[in-house]
Design a protein around this ligand. Structure first.
Ligand SMILES: C[S@@+](CC[C@H](N)C(=O)[O-])C[C@H]1O[C@@H](n2cnc3c(N)ncnc32)[C@H](O)[C@@H]1O
Length: 250
């Protein structure tokens, strides 16, 4: 397990919706760092690509591993709703989101989310009117051992978001083993594999490659590409890079 990356995060990250540090049952340290419209994807371009790629499908399954406090799921929903024709969006929902950490899963399930100034700026930049999605709340959302945000505001996610996603506590390995793809899956597994040793990343990629059929998408994050050889492993295992951090099974 690579510890160095967490220490870097700990010292540098003072923004985002969450950044809680905890040790799992093996003693490995994890961070829940996440934020809205994380810049390691072009969310608009991705939504448009997905619409084109799955145009012949009546249902598309978005499965999200390492979903943290829900900021990534909310970003995905907003970017699909904002960028696709209304008739094309519903087949992508509900998103099935999983994280192994009970604290962040409970936070996500509460429907509340902590935001800092940069989250709110990005919401403004990426939606016509973000009050459609979130309303300010006086509630304090406490996540154990979380970072202190700059200029925090807690938001309540509206039905428009919560009805389009389910949050469940689960180990991504277990969900992956029972995944049944029919060339209709978008598997988001972002900014978690980079914390593992390369050997484990390569094994995970091989399992994903066996599970996903031609045309399905596998989406990773910048933290994964910086800290592992994941791009090489994906290309060696029948994935074609389509966009930054987005791969299509061939
Ligand atoms: C750095 S966060 C990434 C959050 C989000 N995907 C993003 O990119 O903004 C990593 C998350 O992975 C979760 N995680 C770690 N191991 C996991 C596992 N085996 N199964 C599911 N989630 C896991 C952690 O609890 C943490 O919330």
């Amino acid at each position: 397990m690579k510890i160095h990356s967490y220490n870097n995060y700990k010292n540098n990250f003072a923004f985002g919706t969450t950044g809680r540090y905890y040790k799992n049952s093996n003693g490995d340290e994890f961070g829940t760092n996440s934020w809205l419209f994380r810049e390691d994807l072009d969310w608009k371009q991705l939504a448009e690509y997905e619409n084109k790629n799955f145009r012949n499908k009546t249902k598309v399954n978005i499965v999200q591993f390492a979903s943290s406090d829900g900021s990534e799921a909310y970003t995905k929903i907003i970017s699909l709703l904002e960028n696709l024709p209304e008739n094309d969006t519903e087949k992508f929902f509900p998103i099935k989101a999983y994280d192994i950490d009970e604290e962040v899963v409970n936070a996500a399930r509460s429907g509340f989310i902590n935001t800092c100034l940069s989250d709110r700026i990005k919401l403004q930049m990426n939606s016509d009117n973000y009050e459609k999605y979130f309303t300010p709340s006086n509630k304090t959302l406490d996540i154990k051992d979380d970072i202190k945000l700059q200029r925090p505001k807690t938001f309540k996610a509206g039905d428009i978001l919560t009805k389009r996603v389910s949050f469940e506590r689960a180990d991504m390995y277990n969900i992956l083993s029972s995944l049944n793809d029919r060339s209709d899956t978008i598997l988001m597994c972002r900014n978690v594999l980079g914390y593992f040793e390369n050997e484990k990343v390569e094994k995970f990629v091989k399992i994903v490659s066996n599970k996903l059929k031609q045309g399905s998408l596998f989406i990773i994050g910048e933290h994964d590409t910086i800290n592992s050889f994941i791009d090489k492993y994906l290309k060696e295992n029948k994935f074609l890079k389509i966009l930054k951090n987005v791969y299509r099974k061939t």
